[in-house]
Design a protein around this ligand. Structure first.
Ligand SMILES: [Zn+2]
Ligand SMILES: [Zn+2]
Length: 347
């Protein structure tokens, strides 16, 4: 794959008839363009400052995601063969359930609601705990994830969005399976990376985020092998170690990754919207329950800083319940509770 710097794909795309700019989105939600400028100008300005193309960052991200994909998907396939060929018991499957919940919480609370959206505040030891838990969720570098996700919110489903099923890295329209593939995990193998000068404030240089970034492969090993292995040993003895690593390590990691990635792909295409005219984010019943609340994605796009993603009574957000419990215990505070029914304003 190419790793050289590409001159200026944004310039290349400007004025092209197939660039799917969506001018005049709800004026309460997107920033207003400066006097004399149009919404198209604003979107292009933001796109240009949001993204870098090629270079070592893109190559490093590609390498990292290839390592994860090879080990997780390869391990998950081996686990499926193992399940067919070997008897498994409650030890492997209780580990699967336990680590799945922990994995999703690492992504939902760690990567997403705390480090990216600052939906609450907490102590230094708890920040390290959330940092480790996030990296144990194994969705790539926490530092990169936070910046990427901010870009996703400011440019969602517009040129410059990191993972939209409607537009690629170069502003070209996407549809069908190709769009889903790009939004799911395809984006990680492309050339466009997030500009840290634009989105790195409070992230780059944060000691906990930098520490999590540096130690991320260690947490990957803990999540995939060490913790499930110990679970197997504790509850089933040495004979259960391999099976628990297979089922509660590799198979669980692959499932959790695809569930959360599906919020970005299927969750921007299939489902219903409580808030119209924002972008294409949807609330999806299947994803909402299985991702412990992350799949109420339209609600989240409407109120990104809110600790909860729930608007209607049946939109159960188990991740927020965990944060409320931590709040009761005094471990987190300043929990952000916007009126989730309110129409979103300027972001
Ligand atoms: Zn989204
Ligand atoms: Zn978000």
């Amino acid at each position: 794959m190419e790793t050289k710097l590409i001159d200026d794909p944004v310039q290349d795309a400007v004025g092209r008839a197939d660039v799917p700019l969506v001018p005049g989105r709800d004026a309460d939600v997107v920033a207003r363009p400066a006097r004399g400028k149009t919404y198209e100008d604003l979107i292009i300005e933001r796109w240009r400052s949001a993204v870098r193309f090629g270079g070592p960052e893109a190559a490093e991200r590609r390498r990292e995601h290839l390592v994860y994909a090879a080990i997780k998907q390869g391990g998950a396939l081996a686990a499926l063969a193992y399940i067919v060929l070997q008897p498994t018991s409650w030890v492997e499957w209780s580990g699967f359930a336990f680590f799945y919940v922990l994995n999703i919480l690492g992504m939902s609370i760690g990567y997403h609601r705390y480090f990216t959206h600052k939906a609450f505040e907490t102590s230094k030891p708890m920040r390290y705990a959330f940092g480790a838990l996030a990296q144990m969720g194994v969705y790539g570098s926490l530092k990169r994830w936070c910046m990427d996700h901010r870009r996703h919110h400011t440019l969602s489903d517009q040129p410059g969005d990191i993972h939209s099923p409607y537009v690629d890295d170069y502003g070209r329209p996407l549809a069908g399976r190709k769009g889903l593939k790009h939004a799911h995990l395809g984006w990680a193998y492309g050339e466009a990376t997030t500009n840290p000068d634009m989105y790195g404030k409070g992230i780059v240089g944060d000691p906990v985020i930098e520490w999590a970034h540096k130690t991320r492969y260690f947490w990957f090993a803990v999540s995939a092998v060490i913790a499930p292995g110990l679970w197997g040993l504790a509850f089933g003895g040495p004979g259960a170690v391999l099976g628990t690593i297979m089922v509660a390590g590799f198979l669980r990691l692959a499932l959790a990754l695809h569930m959360i990635a599906a919020v970005n792909s299927f969750g921007h295409r299939y489902g219903y919207q409580n808030f119209k005219d924002l972008d294409q984010a949807r609330n999806n019943l299947f994803l909402g329950y299985l991702t412990l609340g992350e799949g109420w994605h339209n609600n989240h796009h409407a109120h990104p800083r809110g600790v909860s993603t729930s608007v209607r009574w049946y939109e159960i957000d188990a991740s927020a319940w965990v944060i409320y419990a931590l709040e009761k215990l005094g471990l987190v505070w300043n929990v952000q509770r916007p009126d989730m029914h309110a129409r979103p304003h300027h972001r």
